[in-house]
Design a binder for this molecule. Structure first.
Ligand code: ADP
Ligand code: ASP
Ligand code: MG
Length: 624
């Protein structure tokens, strides 16, 4: 007999018939000898409807009242599903987040779970009842008893957290698609179903816009080793397992806020090649990285940012042994990269930096927890280390620094994040290929798992995020501590940041060397971030803050792209073929993201999905 947590999303409980169908499935699972906790979402588009109602009354509704309102959606479903189960003769009881004791921070609209009381749920289970719990909601601790919500899509997080707290055998997420697909089937009908995906890959996909799972749910599954499967509530097909490495034996106290960083890693065998002043038009990155991959050069980090209108900087890192080859390719291609709109302009300039190192913090939920990257930058600033390049992802934040400062950076980070020296995490010195990879191995997870094939495909999935905005800050002084100040400020306001790109060109203004910096945030945070950063511009000595909300972020994710030259080139070539201009490029070890114009987002996603031959022969029809 197993203890199972099942979660049913909005469409799966969108009507009385659907609730009855869910009750049947729950009933069957119990009859097969299992104990069940069922977490449900609000029916259909109820939550959207409630948001709309609030916006009819206020453009800026009070966040406490918003949580009070949105939490009602799930309460309807728990009561109806319990009734449907009771009609089948199955004892059941509905419980709100507060009744269970899903204790969260006192933070409205995106509260994190601190801990979950298990006594009440367990008592009902032991009495033979199915416990039906309202997803997406909790209650703040410290005697306040405030109703909180976990953020849109948060019922997944409730379910996995309950599974972790109860030490359930596994957690099933039932939804309107047959599992996790290579991309959103609403945008690419030929998207293919996967049997399994690693937690780290899924974390990236989820945070890059694949809404099939809430990133925080994947983070909890990873941290606590909860076996997790995504399945269709319409069929009995097996779905997709999200596989985690060994559970880490974590405490269930401070469930979502404890120790975000597991490791400090470094790699001193790195060099950087930058091309300055390349034209801002489709095909440039494709040409450069196409040639680089033909020379079998494996690049590690790649960044590209728009710089003052019509020309870009592209920079990439490689391991030292292949630097000569990478430099030769860049030098050979530079003369051809002349700004067409200004034929008299200089050709692109190649700049090589030999003695650099990459230091990284690894864990889960880095983007979702803006304070973590900010703490890394502050720690480096305190140690007097200047940051040359930044790479962010849900599972890792890396900074490229001067090699001479690597030891100092690593020991400062170890002590800041309480990682003992000698703990695993010093890999990556030398090594073959620039990339270091963590969770690429087939899993050590408990059954029931369909194991991953031992060779991961270079690209497992493609994601599109149309809810992003880009902020650029002009003329930021180039000295230790600026990134810490900037991202510390954003973190204080709980604003998550991704794709942080500093320009390679440095300009001296008023005797101070300066660079531009650009990054992406959620669109809803765009205006307030701009306002906040403009307010402190004079005090912190930076220039204009520019906001662009008409962007799309398209990303590829795959643990198998490590050590595979040519993956980036293929992505850029697919975009070039469709005349899609790349505005920004940022990579981490298992993902590559490009910012393109908003109206080209869907086309970009489709082009990339096709280029990596991810399409299947079957077409998906998503239930309405
Ligand atoms: P639920 O209400 O069950 O939580 P969601 O709407 O939150 O469902 O998530 C399921 C939806 O996620 C699918 O209908 C699909 O459109 C979308 N989706 C985006 N990317 C993917 C992907 N890679 N695989 C499967 N579904 C995806
Ligand atoms: N009902 C909430 C939402 O629509 C939570 C969820 O469905 O996961 O965002
Ligand atoms: Mg969802």
């Amino acid at each position: 007999m197993a203890l199972i947590v099942q979660k049913y999303g909005g469409t799966s409980v969108g009507s009385v018939e659907r609730i009855q169908a869910v009750a049947q499935r729950v009933y069957k699972t119990v009859k097969a000898g299992n104990s069940l906790v069922v977490v449900v979402s609000a029916m259909g588009k109820t939550t959207d409807g409630l948001v709309k109602l609030a916006n009819e009354i206020s453009l800026n509704p009070n966040r406490r009242e918003m949580d009070m309102l949105l939490s009602t959606g799930e309460q309807v479903t728990i009561a109806l599903l319990s009734m449907a189960l009771q009609e089948l003769g199955q004892p059941a009881i509905s419980m709100t987040g507060a009744q269970v004791g899903i204790v969260t921070e006192a933070e409205y609209s995106r509260a994190r779970i601190l801990h979950i009381e298990t006594t009440r749920i367990s008592r009902h289970i032991n009495a033979g009842k199915v416990v039906v719990v309202a997803g997406f909601q909790g209650i703040s601790s410290a005697g306040e008893m405030e109703i909180t919500t976990l953020g849109r899509g948060g019922s997944d997080t409730s379910a996995v957290a309950i599974a972790a707290a109860l030490r359930a055998n596994f957690c099933e997420i039932y939804t309107d698609v047959p599992g996790i697909l290579t991309t959103d089937p609403r945008l690419v009908a030929e998207a293919q179903l996967m049997d399994a995906i690693t937690c780290n890959e899924m974390l990236e996909l989820a945070s890059l816009g694949a809404k099939v799972l809430h990133p925080r749910a994947v983070e909890i599954a990873r941290n606590y080793g909860v076996p997790l499967v995504v399945r269709s509530s319409w069929t009995d097909a097996p779905g997709t397992w999200v596989t985690s490495a060994k559970p880490q034996g974590r405490s269930l106290i401070n469930l979502e806020i404890a120790r975000p960083v597991d490791n400090v890693e470094f790699d001193t065998d790195q060099a950087k090649v930058a091309l300055l002043r390349v034209p801002d038009k489709p095909g440039v990155a494709a040409r450069l990285f196409g040639e680089i991959s033909r020379q079998k050069v494996d690049v590690d980090l790649i960044i590209q940012s728009v710089h003052e209108g019509n020309s870009n900087d592209i920079a990439f890192t490689v391991t030292t042994p292949i630097l000569k080859r990478a430099e030769a390719v860049a030098a050979a291609i530079a003369p051809a990269l002349r700004n067409q709109s200004n034929p008299k302009s200089d050709e692109a300039e190649v700049m090589v930096e030999h003695n650099i190192a990459k230091v990284s913090i690894a864990g889960a939920g880095m983007i979702g927890r803006p304070g973590v990257a900010a703490k890394m930058f502050a720690t480096l600033a305190e140690a007097g280390v200047n940051i040359q390049m930044i790479s962010t992802s849900e599972v890792k934040v890396s900074c490229v620094v001067d090699a001479a400062e690597c030891d100092r950076a690593v020991s400062a980070l170890r002590s800041a994040f309480e990682i003992e020296a000698g703990e695993e995490g010093t890999r990556g010195q030398g090594g073959q290929g620039g990339r270091i990879i963590e969770d690429n191995s087939p899993l050590s997870s408990p059954s029931p798992f369909s194991p991953l094939s031992s060779s991961s495909p270079p690209v497992r999935g493609v994601a599109l995020d149309l809810n992003q905005a880009r902020l650029a800050i002009r003329q930021l002084p180039d000295r230790p501590g600026m990134a810490a100040k900037l991202f510390g400020l954003l973190a204080k306001h709980n604003i998550s940041v991704d794709m942080i790109i500093q320009s390679q060109r440095c300009r001296v203004i008023d005797g101070v060397p300066r660079r531009d910096i650009a990054f992406t945030v959620s669109r809803i945070d765009g205006e307030s971030a701009k306002e906040m950063l403009t307010q402190v511009a004079a005090e912190l000595g930076w220039g204009e803050v520019v906001l662009d909300s008409a962007i799309a972020k398209v990303s590829i994710v795959g643990a198998g792209m490590v050590g595979q030259p040519g993956v980036a080139a293929k992505m850029f070539e697919a975009l070039a073929e469709h005349q899609i201009n790349i505005q920004m490029i940022a990579t981490s070890e298992i993902k590559i993201s490009c910012v393109v114009a908003q109206e080209q987002g869907v086309k970009a996603l489709q082009a990339i999905h096709a280029a990596f031959e991810l399409a299947g022969s079957e077409k998906f029809v998503v239930p309405a």
